[in-house]
Write a protein that binds this ligand. Structure first.
Ligand code: DC
Length: 222
């Protein structure tokens, strides 16, 4: 099986790009952020604060989280319920970042992510795919863009979905999440030594998709 790891900060376009490139290559696209978001939603629904590791860790065994694919689109199920929409709410972003700093949560999700890469040719995106989850990935890409560019894209996505949130709020959230994701003790966001660095600042989505697809084809000789 071939695995391609794409890591990078929030809003760099990883999901939108990786989903399209995976479809073109016939690979399964695995959005690992959705798994952390599902855990955050579980905590939220159980009345557990997203920083309360002591309360969440013993409950992890109860969580049934699954990924399924319908028409090439990833759906996330929590206890059999499709929560793909709900985990995209703005408050779930920060909550996911908080729960993702907990070692027990990361250990809980590690096997699930590796199993996906054992079963399918994957493009897997996240923060620690090239460094921790799939250190032997066939290709690692670190995808980034300026914080302002990333905030602008996220803000447009929220507006499209009818969320009432300002650009400044989104930028503040992106900066806080970057800080959290980079500074956490376990599996922090960082570029693997052998990752190809791609910067999408100023690119249209189509340009970024072409850049990533071309990089993959060149590097893997596809
Ligand atoms: O990619 P995203 O915005 O959906 O991810 C939500 C949060 O989950 C993000 O702030 C950091 C965390 N995350 C992680 O720690 N490791 C991953 N592989 C993917 C996401």
């Amino acid at each position: 099986m071939i695995s391609i790891a794409i890591d990078g900060p929030s809003g760099a376009g990883k999901s939108s790009i990786a989903r399209r490139v995976a479809a073109r290559l016939g690979y399964v696209y695995v959005d690992t952020g959705a798994l952390y978001r599902a855990i955050a939603l579980f905590a939220h629904r159980s009345g557990i604060a997203d920083t309360d590791e002591k309360a969440l860790a013993p409950r992890l065994g109860e969580i049934e989280v699954e990924l399924a694919y319908q028409e090439g689109k990833q759906h996330v199920f929590l206890g059999g319920e499709d929560v793909s929409e709900e985990i995209r709410r703005p408050e779930m972003s920060m909550a996911a970042s908080q729960v993702s700093a907990q070692p027990a949560v990361r250990a809980f999700l590690l096997e699930l992510q590796r199993q996906m890469a054992d079963k399918y040719n994957v493009i897997m995106d996240g923060r620690d795919i090239g460094t921790v989850v799939l250190p032997k990935a066939d290709l690692k890409i670190y995808l980034t863009a300026s914080a302002e560019d990333r905030a602008l894209r996220r803000h447009q996505e929220f507006l499209k979905r009818g969320e009432d949130i300002s650009y400044d709020e989104v930028l503040t959230d992106i900066n806080r999440r970057d800080y959290n994701d980079i500074h956490r003790e376990i599996a922090p966001l960082c570029r693997a030594k052998d990752a190809v660095l791609l910067d999408t600042t100023g690119n249209t989505l189509e340009q970024s998709v072409a850049l990533v697809e071309q990089t993959i084809r060149e590097q893997l000789g596809l």
